[in-house]
Design a protein. Structure first.
Length: 617
């Protein structure tokens, strides 16, 4: 199945043209609020025009990249608007980002101009620095001809912004997005109902492409944009909920990680939200059902899309709690198309897994200064019915068409791996874990032990759960997964933490997950070794399984052991105990206590007296 492009009759316009036109219609309406601060549309028009003219006089020409280095503030929104009005493309850099990362991006952009303030100016070294705090309000200087129009107007296919994404490689790439692509996102969308009294919340990092939706969707319609706190402000969820209540927010986007946390710990903080959007990673259907049950009438949207296709490619919107085992990513939004292709580049039948390709007017211009990579990922639309010159973006994501005509996201192509000969997609395992009761967040990552032993480790947020119950909860989760997943998909271990840290874009930071030895997570109580044979076997098992402590009554296979590892352990016994046991021994006697008894029989040692004292590690 491939969704055909929406036929559009509206002529695309530049984003700043739409904002300025709205400002001329409702100059007294509040455009942006930030705590006690307010700016009207008339003031936004005036201030951005003054700054745009300063940029033009500083040498900014059509298509030039202008770096914006400011905290989240009203000045930031003025600066972004001014860059567009000057004919440039903005590139936002967070002042809190590491200096090395900022310097790498700046070197790649080859930018010459930056808008910043006195506090942050020392942090950046570019030829032309425009300090926004030095630009005075020139009264009526914003009225009349737009600064960009004075230079001949801005073509709709020219860049509006550059957004850096590391993707799956860790190598930052600048995605160049045009005005036409943003227009397709914000102009009269059918996937979201926008009302005249809506208040949008700007919460994500402006360097993250969802900010395109958060900022420009309300401003092209004359609505109020409420600014959230800086992501590095270390506010807790209760504080965040309080800010949203004070601002009267009605439309909210949350990254998947923040969505799961909010629903689990501060569901009451979503009161007043009319339309909640989430995405960026696999969503838990239990969390979606919980929020929809708590707030009947709320609209919920799971929004999917790579940066390279301007925020959203597909959306799934519902007003019902639902009971599906996964949360679909829906259908292509207006002006977009999607097709699932196999390795032969042909569309796969419905229900089969393939790589998701997305197309339409939201496809970005390409990667900045990276011709070969642009050619590899931004490819010609292979549909015979496509217009000449149409392009699609190869997302690198796995998906399939469901029976109900919606798409289901199944993870990344480049996250696939093989474990003992089986192909594994960690995102599918994450989806199953997120379905289980009591799970607030989950991340599944591969860990390699030794030369070729790859194992899945699941990290789960325990939330407010009493730490004394973690071991039992972890064992229970693994037992539930064993009932629904084939053995090669069941994580080797489930490691609990109070919370899983999020990266600056609000997704679970998998790179920050620890790789130290994992705790035992089996159902039975810990029984310590009682003699030298059991003690040495416990050491060997702990080393081989990479578990910090193994009890003598723990089942080898419950701990995550498998046939290959069993063979390796048995092969080591002649060296350690001068004994050889048959290959089936661990299947018949899968505990240290039973194995030690077998070894004592061969070595002539006496069996220790059985202790009934079981203590937790």
């Amino acid at each position: 199945m491939s969704a055909e492009l929406e036929v559009r009759v509206r002529e695309p316009r530049c984003i700043h043209e739409m904002v300025v036109a709205q400002a001329r219609r409702t100059p007294e309406a509040v455009a942006v609020s930030h705590g006690d601060l307010r700016i009207t549309y008339g003031e936004l028009d005036t201030r951005s025009a003054v700054l745009a003219r300063r940029l033009r006089s500083a040498g900014v020409a059509h298509g030039d990249i202008v770096v914006v280095l400011l905290d989240r503030s009203i000045d930031l929104i003025v600066a972004l608007t001014a860059v567009l009005r000057a004919g440039g493309a903005y590139l936002y850099l967070d002042p809190a980002e590491p200096t090395g990362q900022r310097e790498r991006i700046l070197a790649d952009t080859r930018a010459r101009h930056v808008i910043t303030n006195g506090a942050f100016a020392p942090r950046i070294d570019l030829p032309v620095v425009v300090r926004i705090d030095d630009v005075v309000d020139a009264g009526t200087a914003g009225a009349g001809t737009d600064p960009a129009d004075e230079a001949g107007g801005t073509p709709v296919d020219s860049p509006a912004y550059v957004c850096y994404t590391s993707g799956s490689t860790g190598d930052p790439k600048g995605v160049v997005v045009s005005h036409r692509a943003v227009f397709r996102l914000v102009d009269d969308p059918s996937w979201i109902e926008v009302r005249d009294d809506d208040v949008f919340f700007q919460l994500t990092r402006v360097g993250f492409d969802v900010s395109t939706f958060e900022i420009w969707m309300p401003l092209v319609r004359g609505l109020r944009l409420a600014l959230g706190p800086p992501l590095h402000a270390n506010l807790d969820l209760a504080d965040l909920a309080g800010i949203m209540r004070a601002e009267g927010v009605t439309v909210l986007w949350l990254t998947s990680g923040l969505f799961h946390k909010m629903v689990m710990h501060h569901l009451d903080g979503l009161a007043g939200i009319r339309h909640l959007l989430a995405g960026g990673d696999v969503l838990s259907p239990a969390h979606v059902s919980r929020v929809m049950t708590a707030y009947p009438g709320m609209l919920f949207t799971n929004g999917y899309g790579p940066t390279e296709n301007t925020t959203f490619s597909t959306c799934w919107t519902t007003s019902e709690p639902g009971s599906a085992p996964t949360v679909p990513i829906g259908v292509p939004i207006d002006g977009s198309s999607a097709v699932v292709r196999g390795a032969d580049l042909q569309p796969v039948p419905d229900g089969e897994v393939g790589e998701l390709w997305v197309g339409g007017s939201g496809v970005a211009n390409g990667y900045l200064h990276r011709g070969p990579e642009t050619a590899a990922r931004f490819v010609a639309d292979l549909d015979p019915a496509a217009a000449p010159g149409s392009r699609m973006y190869r997302t690198g994501d796995l998906a399939r068409w469901r029976d109900d005509g919606t798409l289901e996201f199944l993870g990344r192509v480049d996250r696939q791996l093989k474990i003992r000969g089986y192909r594994v997609e960690p995102s599918m395992v994450e989806s199953e874990i997120l379905r289980l009761p009591g799970v607030a967040q989950a991340a599944v990552v591969p860990r390699t032990y030794g030369a070729s032993d790859t194992r899945l480790i699941a990290y789960v947020a325990a939330g407010d759960r009493d730490p004394s119950t973690w071991a039992a909860f972890s064992a229970s989760l693994r037992e539930q997964l064993q009932a629904v997943l084939p053995a090669h998909l069941v994580p080797w271990a489930i490691v609990l933490h109070p919370e899983l840290s999020l990266n600056p874009n609000g997704k679970v930071d998998r790179s920050a997950l620890p790789s130290a030895k994992i705790p035992r997570n089996v159902w039975n109580a810990y029984v310590a070794p009682r003699d030298s044979v059991e003690a040495r076997l416990a050491e060997i098992w702990s080393e081989a399984l990479d578990i910090d402590q193994v009890g003598v009554e723990d089942n080898f296979f419950d701990l995550g052991g498998h046939s290959l590892l069993a063979a390796e352990l048995l092969a080591a016994l002649p060296v350690e105990f001068d004994a050889t046991l048959p290959a089936r021994t661990l299947y018949l006697r899968p505990t240290i206590a039973e194995l030690a008894k077998e070894l004592r029989g061969g070595a002539g040692e006496s069996e220790p007296e059985r202790s009934t004292d079981a203590s937790a590690p």
